[in-house]
Write a protein that binds this ligand. Structure first.
Ligand SMILES: [Zn+2]
Length: 355
């Protein structure tokens, strides 16, 4: 009898656990707060700065404009609840966007900004940050999505202080016949690494640094295509060795794993000197701060390019291309730009610590 009661109790608990809304399951991530302010870029260009606070890390995709809805910026937040937010919020300035609507459907929350002029990728900038310290509007939330709306295409020139005169080698991973890892929608690692490395080069050069790239287009670095991986990787190391005064070697990659849920940002190094780990940590900090993805930390590894470069070297894994959400982010121009800026800031911090 006692055993029977035990069994019934166990069954009851199991049922309670399975029933939704019994309070045993973790609460769904929700929107906590919204703030907005008209602000100005350093060059004087005005924009509407919006901050949306979340209880938990959101997944999101952004779609600006398009043929059907030319004056709309739509942010899709799967698995997010709108919380106690008003379904309609009037926007300040009236010059950038008029209205923000917040709707919930099919387990997604949709944020719809109705813009004044045509919405394009270059008129809308997004960045996910962790922690209220990053808020420019004193918004209190563990995660904040910043949405900046301009009244037309805006192409800022990002700069970092403290890299002037330094000589940096950038290695966009893979290329040519070697696609690198491929995401579930067909996004190729070699294209992401080149896009982020090119943005990173532009930031560093605008900041006064000298940059050598192992490749600037979609090709093998070894002339005519390598017979072995070793030849191809040595060709990349050779670019660094052939650059007079080169100080650091940064190889840019995307992570990949058989399990589609694997996610986050990580950095690898080989401890030739104490500076290798210091460089890896600085780049990792910069990417996590700007990219907002999970911090997988830095790890030692025997990757060819970091082991054989004749200077401090690190190999960054931006995010997982095999993860559906991170694949979409890696294809996004703003996310690429944020990661490039984060790496540039990491390079700045590395040089500052070395002095
Ligand atoms: Zn790779």
């Amino acid at each position: 009898m006692r055993r029977l009661i035990g069994g019934v109790l166990l069954l009851l608990f199991a049922l309670l656990w399975l029933l939704p809304g019994t309070g045993l399951a973790a609460p769904a991530p929700r929107i906590l707060a919204f703030k907005q302010k008209v602000m100005k870029e350093a060059d004087g260009t005005p924009y509407l700065h919006c901050e949306i606070g979340f209880s938990d890390a959101p997944q999101f995709t952004v779609k600006a404009g398009g043929l059907l809805y030319p004056t709309r910026v739509l942010i899709d937040l799967p698995g997010m609840s709108p919380g106690d937010m008003d379904p309609e919020i009037e926007l300040k300035g009236k010059k950038f966007a008029r209205l923000l609507e917040i709707n919930e459907a099919a387990g997604h929350t949709f944020l719809t900004f109705t813009t004044v002029g045509p919405a394009v990728d270059e008129s809308c900038r997004t960045m996910l940050v962790r922690g209220k310290e990053q808020s420019q509007l004193k918004l209190k939330a563990p995660f904040i999505l910043m949405v900046d709306l301009f009244d037309g295409p805006y192409k800022p020139v990002d700069r970092v202080d403290g890299v002037q005169g330094h000589i940096i080698v950038l290695d966009p991973g893979h290329g040519g016949l070697d696609t690198g890892a491929i995401g579930p929608d067909g996004l190729m690692e070699k294209d992401v690494t080149l896009a982020v490395s090119t943005k990173l080069r532009d930031i560093l050069e605008a900041s006064g640094a000298k940059v050598a790239m192992t490749r600037t287009d979609d090709r093998d670095v070894y002339p005519g295509g390598a017979q072995t991986d070793g030849q191809e990787l040595q060709a990349r190391v050779d670019v660094g060795d052939a650059t007079p005064g080169a100080e650091i070697f940064v190889s840019v990659h995307c992570d990949a794993f058989t399990h589609p849920k694997a996610n986050g940002t990580g950095t690898f190094y080989y401890p030739k000197t104490w500076e290798d780990a210091a460089l890896a940590q600085a780049l990792q900090n910069g990417m996590v701060a700007r990219g907002g993805r999970r911090d997988r930390g830095i790890k030692e590894a025997r990757f060819y390019v970091v082991r054989n470069s004749d200077m401090p070297a690190a190999l960054v894994e931006l995010a997982f291309i095999t993860n559906y959400v991170e694949q979409a982010m890696l294809a996004d121009d703003d996310f690429q730009r944020n990661l490039a800026l984060g790496i540039a800031e990491g390079i700045r911090d590395f040089f500052a610590a070395r002095r």
